[in-house]
Design a protein around this ligand. Structure first.
Ligand SMILES: Nc1ncnc2c1ncn2[C@@H]1O[C@H](COP(=O)(O)OP(=O)(O)OP(=O)(O)O)[C@@H](O)[C@H]1O
Ligand SMILES: [Mg+2]
Length: 485
């Protein structure tokens, strides 16, 4: 059953029961009030009758009813539909003459003789109906004179008189109750409808949330439980929105990491593949075979480290890739570079010149250092045909940092292009890319991030048609600490 009908029904039940109870108790109250009223009135008639028609003989002290006065009084009371009977102490009726005798029971006589007044009503019983005796409302009152029972006067009124008034009151009462029931039903219907609308608003909003709309917020008047529910609902959508954003951010981060890792794996895999091809077709000169296998091994190890470092889910989640910085002589690493990129270099017919002092200390993460060098030299080959790529290493003037300078004699870039190359997915000229090696526009973004992590700097100077030079500094451990301070 719909909520609105349930509510209306429950309102109805409560109101109907309340009204019924009220109605019953009210009609009982009115009945007893009216009966008491009438009994009082009958008692007054009875007293009046005795006062007016009972006379005492002064000489003998005997009392007697004046029949003439009684007749007058009877006529007067008849007008009011009231009947009276006077009984003698011997339980016989005295007036009116033709009155039946069995009107007062013996137990009633007992009470009367004990000077107790009796108020009674005989409701319409089957017997009364059969005898054609209408029900009566009656007062029986004993009168004493000099401690001697003088007479008992019964004054009665047909209950139909009282009941017709009562019925009228009851009818009015029922009418009023029905009207108030209808009015309260209408009011309860509107209240329920309003509540239902508010619940429906919440339901629609919940549906929206199911469909993935977490931005939804409901207006809250802060008045009742539904408003409290609304507040909770708003909290819920707020939290859902936050977690959805977080999930989205993490998904993006994960994709970035995967793309970066794939980018960095390409070079070692190409190198290894080149060497394997050389072995297969036996084109590696015998004297450089050992060197090639060394290179292959170091590239494989680098690859393993790369996979371990970059694809750790926790690191992706917290967006940190730890650096294992050490002080090492970069001479060997630099001289391994031509082997790592030789395939690309010979395809572009580029010469690679390495220029580094025998002792060239660098404070950096070894793998990242190689990664930076490989990325920039790969770019240099990519944008240089039949040219020279020079990779130069030296200490800066203050001798507190290592400098790596990679220059080419390639196509160069305009100033505007050079400003954007560190952006992720930026490619200066989509038509310019070779497609063979450079594909995603990620290389320099990765390099930039790595250099920053090392606390170093990267600069580019380039001239269209002349060439490009990248200058990277790796500060020493000490100078980095000083910077921190
Ligand atoms: N040595 C260079 N000479 C001329 N342009 C360069 C040079 N190095 C980088 N660029 C320009 O900077 C852009 C960004 O370089 P980046 O290494 O980030 O991406 P990519 O080489 O195009 O692709 P990826 O490195 O992801 O394979 C290049 O597309 C190119 O336009
Ligand atoms: Mg690149």
């Amino acid at each position: 059953m719909k909520l609105i009908y349930q509510q209306v029904l429950s309102f109805f039940a409560v109101i109907a029961v309340t009204i019924l109870l009220l109605g019953i108790s009210f009609s009982r109250m009115t009945k007893s009030f009216m009966y008491n009223n009438r009994w009082d009135q009958l008692e007054r008639y009875s007293d009046g009758l005795v006062e007016q028609s009972l006379t005492a003989n002064r000489k003998t002290g005997k009392t007697a009813f004046n029949i003439k006065k009684l007749d007058n009084y009877e006529a007067f009371l008849k007008n009011q539909s009231v009947h009276f009977t006077i009984y003698q102490p011997n339980e016989k009726p005295l007036y009116p003459k033709n009155q039946e005798t069995d009107k007062i029971t013996s137990s009633e006589w007992k009470r009367l003789k004990n000077n107790q007044m009796i108020r009674k009503t005989d409701e319409i019983t089957a017997e009364n109906k059969n005898n054609n005796n209408p029900a009566m409302l009656e007062v029986l009152k004993p009168y004493y004179y000099n401690n001697k029972l003088l007479a008992v006067i019964g004054v009665g009124l047909y209950t139909s008189e009282v009941n017709s008034t009562l019925n009228k009151i009851n009818r009015d009462l029922v009418k009023a109750l029905i009207i108030s029931l209808i009015v309260s039903m209408i009011i309860s219907f509107f209240i329920s409808r309003r509540l239902n609308r508010r619940i429906n608003v919440l339901r629609d909003a919940a549906n929206q949330v199911t469909k993935g709309n977490y931005r939804i917020r409901l207006v809250n008047q802060g008045k009742d439980e539904i408003d409290e529910l609304t507040t909770d609902f708003n909290h819920m959508t707020e939290n859902l929105e936050k977690s959805a954003d977080e999930i989205q951010r993490q998904e993006e981060r994960r994709q970035e990491f995967l793309a970066d890792a794939a980018h960095e794996m390409r070079t070692p895999l190409t190198t290894i593949n080149g060497i394997l091809e050389g072995v297969k077709y036996d084109i590696i000169p015998a004297d450089s075979r050992g060197k090639s296998l060394d290179l292959m091994m170091s590239e494989t190890q680098r690859l393993i480290r790369l996979v371990n470092e970059n694809l750790d889910y926790e690191k992706i989640r917290s967006n940190t890739i730890p650096l294992h910085e050490t002080k090492f002589n970069a001479y060997d690493a630099m001289h391994q570079l031509p082997g790592q990129i030789s395939a690309k270099a010979s395809a572009a017919n580029d010469e690679i010149v390495i220029d580094a002092p025998k002792n060239f200390p660098v404070y950096a993460d070894y793998d990242r250092f190689v990664q930076i060098m490989v990325n920039i030299s790969t770019n240099a080959i990519q944008f240089t045909k039949d040219g020279v790529i020079t990779v130069k290493g030296f200490r800066n003037k203050e001798d507190n940092a290592a400098v790596l300078e990679i220059s080419d004699t390639g196509i160069g870039m305009s100033n505007e292009q050079a400003q954007n190359i560190f952006e992720r997915y930026y490619k200066a000229d989509a038509s310019r890319r070779s497609g063979k090696y450079g594909e995603s526009g990620l290389g320099l973004a990765i390099v930039h991030q790595l250099v920053e992590q090392h606390g170093g700097t990267i600069e580019v100077s380039s001239e269209l048609g002349v060439g490009t030079t990248f200058t990277i500094t790796f500060p020493d451990e000490n100078s980095k600490k000083q910077d921190d301070e």
